[in-house]
Design a protein around this ligand. Structure first.
Ligand SMILES: [Fe+2]
Length: 294
Protein backbone atom coordinates (compact mmCIF):
# COMPACT_ATOMS: atom_id res chain seq x y z
CA UNK A 1 0.00 0.00 0.00
CA UNK A 2 2.95 2.29 0.63
CA UNK A 3 3.00 5.00 -2.01
CA UNK A 4 -0.64 4.46 -2.91
CA UNK A 5 -2.10 6.50 -0.08
CA UNK A 6 -2.01 10.12 1.04
CA UNK A 7 -3.99 12.44 3.27
CA UNK A 8 -6.71 13.65 0.93
CA UNK A 9 -8.48 15.93 3.38
CA UNK A 10 -8.62 16.95 7.01
CA UNK A 11 -11.86 17.47 8.91
CA UNK A 12 -11.82 19.93 11.81
CA UNK A 13 -14.58 20.32 14.38
CA UNK A 14 -14.61 24.01 15.22
CA UNK A 15 -16.85 25.87 17.64
CA UNK A 16 -17.28 28.78 15.24
CA UNK A 17 -17.65 28.32 11.49
CA UNK A 18 -17.63 32.11 11.15
CA UNK A 19 -14.25 32.43 12.86
CA UNK A 20 -12.84 29.61 10.76
CA UNK A 21 -14.17 31.30 7.64
CA UNK A 22 -12.48 34.59 8.55
CA UNK A 23 -9.27 32.73 9.36
CA UNK A 24 -9.18 30.42 6.33
CA UNK A 25 -10.14 33.05 3.79
CA UNK A 26 -8.29 35.88 5.55
CA UNK A 27 -5.08 34.64 7.19
CA UNK A 28 -4.48 31.80 4.71
CA UNK A 29 -6.35 33.42 1.82
CA UNK A 30 -8.13 30.26 0.74
CA UNK A 31 -11.00 30.51 -1.73
CA UNK A 32 -14.47 29.58 -0.64
CA UNK A 33 -15.80 28.10 1.41
CA UNK A 34 -18.13 25.55 -0.14
CA UNK A 35 -21.28 24.88 1.86
CA UNK A 36 -21.81 21.14 2.22
CA UNK A 37 -25.15 19.44 2.77
CA UNK A 38 -24.22 18.37 6.32
CA UNK A 39 -23.52 21.97 7.33
CA UNK A 40 -19.74 21.67 7.06
CA UNK A 41 -17.67 24.15 5.04
CA UNK A 42 -14.92 23.07 2.70
CA UNK A 43 -11.83 25.00 1.64
CA UNK A 44 -9.99 24.51 -1.62
CA UNK A 45 -6.19 24.15 -1.68
CA UNK A 46 -5.65 23.00 -5.24
CA UNK A 47 -7.65 21.50 -8.11
CA UNK A 48 -9.86 19.45 -5.75
CA UNK A 49 -13.13 20.86 -4.42
CA UNK A 50 -12.04 20.79 -0.76
CA UNK A 51 -9.20 19.52 1.37
CA UNK A 52 -9.79 21.40 4.62
CA UNK A 53 -13.29 20.78 5.97
CA UNK A 54 -14.70 22.48 9.04
CA UNK A 55 -17.75 21.13 10.78
CA UNK A 56 -19.40 23.05 13.61
CA UNK A 57 -19.12 21.53 17.08
CA UNK A 58 -17.60 22.05 20.50
CA UNK A 59 -14.48 19.86 20.15
CA UNK A 60 -12.12 22.41 18.54
CA UNK A 61 -9.99 19.51 17.39
CA UNK A 62 -9.49 17.20 14.44
CA UNK A 63 -12.74 15.37 13.66
CA UNK A 64 -11.35 13.04 11.00
CA UNK A 65 -8.37 12.43 8.77
CA UNK A 66 -9.41 11.47 5.26
CA UNK A 67 -6.96 9.28 3.42
CA UNK A 68 -7.20 9.20 -0.35
CA UNK A 69 -6.40 5.85 -1.91
CA UNK A 70 -5.12 5.39 -5.43
CA UNK A 71 -7.75 2.92 -6.62
CA UNK A 72 -10.23 0.16 -5.76
CA UNK A 73 -7.40 -2.34 -5.29
CA UNK A 74 -5.75 -0.14 -2.66
CA UNK A 75 -9.09 0.26 -0.87
CA UNK A 76 -9.65 -3.52 -0.96
CA UNK A 77 -6.16 -4.09 0.46
CA UNK A 78 -6.81 -1.59 3.25
CA UNK A 79 -10.14 -3.29 4.07
CA UNK A 80 -8.32 -6.62 4.27
CA UNK A 81 -5.64 -5.23 6.58
CA UNK A 82 -8.27 -3.63 8.84
CA UNK A 83 -10.29 -6.87 8.97
CA UNK A 84 -7.15 -8.89 9.79
CA UNK A 85 -6.39 -6.49 12.64
CA UNK A 86 -9.96 -6.74 13.95
CA UNK A 87 -10.73 -3.07 13.26
CA UNK A 88 -14.43 -2.33 12.74
CA UNK A 89 -15.07 -0.68 9.36
CA UNK A 90 -18.23 1.07 8.21
CA UNK A 91 -19.20 2.08 4.70
CA UNK A 92 -19.77 5.84 4.37
CA UNK A 93 -23.30 6.44 3.13
CA UNK A 94 -24.22 8.54 0.09
CA UNK A 95 -24.95 11.61 2.23
CA UNK A 96 -21.50 11.50 3.82
CA UNK A 97 -19.80 10.94 0.45
CA UNK A 98 -21.69 13.97 -0.89
CA UNK A 99 -20.58 16.20 1.98
CA UNK A 100 -16.99 14.98 1.77
CA UNK A 101 -17.21 15.44 -2.02
CA UNK A 102 -15.75 12.03 -2.75
CA UNK A 103 -16.98 9.12 -4.85
CA UNK A 104 -17.09 6.71 -1.93
CA UNK A 105 -15.50 6.14 1.43
CA UNK A 106 -15.17 3.88 4.43
CA UNK A 107 -14.54 4.93 8.01
CA UNK A 108 -12.94 3.40 11.07
CA UNK A 109 -11.02 4.58 14.15
CA UNK A 110 -7.40 4.54 15.28
CA UNK A 111 -6.55 3.03 18.70
CA UNK A 112 -7.02 6.44 20.36
CA UNK A 113 -10.52 6.72 18.91
CA UNK A 114 -9.67 9.25 16.20
CA UNK A 115 -11.97 8.84 13.23
CA UNK A 116 -10.17 7.92 10.02
CA UNK A 117 -11.75 7.84 6.59
CA UNK A 118 -10.44 6.25 3.41
CA UNK A 119 -11.87 7.65 0.22
CA UNK A 120 -11.73 7.25 -3.52
CA UNK A 121 -12.31 9.98 -6.08
CA UNK A 122 -11.98 13.45 -4.59
CA UNK A 123 -14.28 15.73 -6.57
CA UNK A 124 -12.51 18.26 -8.81
CA UNK A 125 -12.90 21.95 -7.95
CA UNK A 126 -15.44 23.97 -9.90
CA UNK A 127 -13.03 26.90 -10.20
CA UNK A 128 -9.25 27.17 -10.43
CA UNK A 129 -7.50 27.78 -7.10
CA UNK A 130 -6.75 31.47 -6.53
CA UNK A 131 -5.40 33.28 -3.48
CA UNK A 132 -3.85 36.64 -2.66
CA UNK A 133 -1.99 35.20 0.36
CA UNK A 134 -0.59 32.00 -1.16
CA UNK A 135 -0.82 32.83 -4.87
CA UNK A 136 1.65 30.08 -5.81
CA UNK A 137 -0.68 27.46 -4.38
CA UNK A 138 0.01 24.38 -2.32
CA UNK A 139 2.04 21.25 -3.07
CA UNK A 140 -0.43 18.40 -2.80
CA UNK A 141 1.07 15.72 -5.06
CA UNK A 142 1.72 13.71 -1.90
CA UNK A 143 -1.42 14.83 -0.15
CA UNK A 144 -2.95 17.56 1.97
CA UNK A 145 0.16 18.29 4.01
CA UNK A 146 0.64 16.77 7.42
CA UNK A 147 -1.09 16.34 10.76
CA UNK A 148 0.80 16.08 14.04
CA UNK A 149 -1.24 14.13 16.58
CA UNK A 150 -0.91 14.11 20.35
CA UNK A 151 -1.06 10.60 21.73
CA UNK A 152 -1.40 9.06 25.18
CA UNK A 153 0.11 5.85 23.83
CA UNK A 154 2.50 6.37 20.94
CA UNK A 155 3.71 2.73 20.69
CA UNK A 156 0.16 1.44 20.22
CA UNK A 157 -0.71 4.22 17.79
CA UNK A 158 2.54 3.69 15.86
CA UNK A 159 1.88 -0.05 15.57
CA UNK A 160 -1.58 0.69 14.15
CA UNK A 161 -0.44 3.32 11.63
CA UNK A 162 2.50 1.17 10.51
CA UNK A 163 1.29 -2.42 10.69
CA UNK A 164 -2.31 -1.81 9.63
CA UNK A 165 -2.23 1.33 7.47
CA UNK A 166 1.23 0.76 5.99
CA UNK A 167 3.06 3.85 7.28
CA UNK A 168 6.76 3.68 8.09
CA UNK A 169 8.86 5.75 10.49
CA UNK A 170 10.92 8.49 8.82
CA UNK A 171 12.50 9.97 11.94
CA UNK A 172 12.21 9.37 15.65
CA UNK A 173 12.27 12.36 17.95
CA UNK A 174 13.66 12.49 21.47
CA UNK A 175 14.49 16.00 22.64
CA UNK A 176 13.91 18.56 25.33
CA UNK A 177 11.55 21.19 24.06
CA UNK A 178 10.59 24.27 26.09
CA UNK A 179 12.10 22.56 29.13
CA UNK A 180 10.13 19.32 28.76
CA UNK A 181 11.06 15.96 27.26
CA UNK A 182 9.37 15.48 23.90
CA UNK A 183 9.22 12.07 22.23
CA UNK A 184 7.56 11.22 19.01
CA UNK A 185 7.79 9.70 15.58
CA UNK A 186 7.30 11.07 12.06
CA UNK A 187 5.60 8.62 9.73
CA UNK A 188 5.47 8.52 5.95
CA UNK A 189 3.12 6.73 3.57
CA UNK A 190 4.55 8.18 0.34
CA UNK A 191 7.51 10.44 -0.56
CA UNK A 192 6.25 13.23 1.72
CA UNK A 193 8.70 13.31 4.70
CA UNK A 194 5.77 12.81 7.06
CA UNK A 195 2.03 12.82 6.58
CA UNK A 196 1.36 11.95 10.22
CA UNK A 197 3.48 12.49 13.32
CA UNK A 198 2.71 11.11 16.76
CA UNK A 199 3.90 13.08 19.80
CA UNK A 200 3.80 11.53 23.26
CA UNK A 201 1.78 14.25 24.94
CA UNK A 202 -1.17 13.18 27.07
CA UNK A 203 -3.35 16.16 26.20
CA UNK A 204 -7.13 16.11 25.85
CA UNK A 205 -6.74 17.46 22.29
CA UNK A 206 -5.66 15.08 19.52
CA UNK A 207 -4.31 17.57 16.99
CA UNK A 208 -1.18 19.58 17.70
CA UNK A 209 -1.05 21.21 14.28
CA UNK A 210 -1.64 20.70 10.61
CA UNK A 211 0.77 21.84 7.93
CA UNK A 212 0.05 23.16 4.46
CA UNK A 213 2.98 23.19 2.05
CA UNK A 214 3.22 26.25 -0.17
CA UNK A 215 5.00 25.90 -3.51
CA UNK A 216 6.83 29.20 -3.15
CA UNK A 217 8.87 30.19 -0.10
CA UNK A 218 7.81 33.81 -0.58
CA UNK A 219 4.23 32.73 0.11
CA UNK A 220 5.28 31.45 3.55
CA UNK A 221 6.56 34.89 4.49
CA UNK A 222 3.49 36.49 2.92
CA UNK A 223 1.18 34.19 4.91
CA UNK A 224 3.06 35.05 8.11
CA UNK A 225 2.80 38.77 7.40
CA UNK A 226 -0.91 38.38 6.69
CA UNK A 227 -1.44 36.38 9.91
CA UNK A 228 0.38 39.02 11.95
CA UNK A 229 -1.70 41.77 10.36
CA UNK A 230 -4.85 39.80 11.18
CA UNK A 231 -3.58 39.52 14.80
CA UNK A 232 -3.42 35.73 14.63
CA UNK A 233 -1.27 34.70 17.64
CA UNK A 234 2.14 33.48 16.50
CA UNK A 235 3.48 30.27 18.07
CA UNK A 236 6.88 29.90 16.36
CA UNK A 237 8.63 32.42 14.16
CA UNK A 238 9.96 31.64 10.69
CA UNK A 239 12.51 28.84 10.88
CA UNK A 240 13.73 25.71 9.18
CA UNK A 241 13.44 22.07 10.17
CA UNK A 242 16.68 20.09 9.79
CA UNK A 243 17.46 17.88 6.80
CA UNK A 244 16.22 15.57 5.46
CA UNK A 245 12.92 17.43 5.93
CA UNK A 246 14.30 20.94 5.49
CA UNK A 247 10.91 22.67 5.55
CA UNK A 248 10.97 26.46 6.03
CA UNK A 249 7.87 27.46 8.00
CA UNK A 250 6.10 29.37 10.73
CA UNK A 251 3.48 28.28 13.24
CA UNK A 252 0.49 30.23 14.49
CA UNK A 253 -2.83 29.53 16.19
CA UNK A 254 -6.09 28.54 14.46
CA UNK A 255 -9.47 29.70 15.78
CA UNK A 256 -9.78 26.28 17.48
CA UNK A 257 -6.65 26.84 19.59
CA UNK A 258 -4.38 24.28 17.94
CA UNK A 259 -1.64 25.42 15.59
CA UNK A 260 -1.30 25.59 11.85
CA UNK A 261 2.01 25.60 10.03
CA UNK A 262 2.60 27.06 6.60
CA UNK A 263 5.80 25.72 5.10
CA UNK A 264 7.70 25.39 1.84
CA UNK A 265 10.84 23.84 0.44
CA UNK A 266 10.48 20.48 2.17
CA UNK A 267 12.39 17.57 0.70
CA UNK A 268 10.71 14.36 -0.31
CA UNK A 269 12.19 11.01 0.69
CA UNK A 270 12.58 7.71 -1.11
CA UNK A 271 10.27 5.39 0.84
CA UNK A 272 11.75 2.23 -0.68
CA UNK A 273 14.40 1.00 1.71
CA UNK A 274 14.20 4.11 3.93
CA UNK A 275 16.24 3.73 7.12
CA UNK A 276 14.70 5.44 10.13
CA UNK A 277 16.70 8.43 11.43
CA UNK A 278 17.06 9.95 14.89
CA UNK A 279 15.95 13.55 15.15
CA UNK A 280 17.77 15.44 17.87
CA UNK A 281 16.56 18.98 17.22
CA UNK A 282 13.38 20.50 15.83
CA UNK A 283 14.96 23.33 13.87
CA UNK A 284 18.23 24.41 12.28
CA UNK A 285 17.39 28.06 12.89
CA UNK A 286 14.44 30.19 13.90
CA UNK A 287 11.14 28.70 15.08
CA UNK A 288 11.47 30.86 18.18
CA UNK A 289 8.58 31.33 20.53
CA UNK A 290 7.59 35.03 20.50
CA UNK A 291 8.42 35.56 24.20
CA UNK A 292 11.86 33.92 23.71
CA UNK A 293 12.55 36.14 20.71
CA UNK A 294 11.93 39.35 22.63
FE1 LIG B 1 4.77 20.32 11.20
Amino acid sequence: MLGRMQIGYLVIEGSSLAQWRDFATGAIGLPGPLDNADGSQGYQLDDRAQRLIVTEGPADDVAAIGFELADEAALAELRQRLAAAGVAVAEGDAALAKSRRVQRLIHFADPGGLRLEAALGLQPAAKPYASDVVPGGFKTANGFGHAVLLSHDVPTAERFYCEVLGFRPTERLSITFAGHPLNGVFLHCNPRHHSIALFAVPAPRRLHHFMLEARDQRDVARAQAKAMKAKVPQTLSLGQHPAPDGTFSFYAVTPSGFDYEIGAGGNTIEPEGWQELKLTRMSDWGHERPQAAE
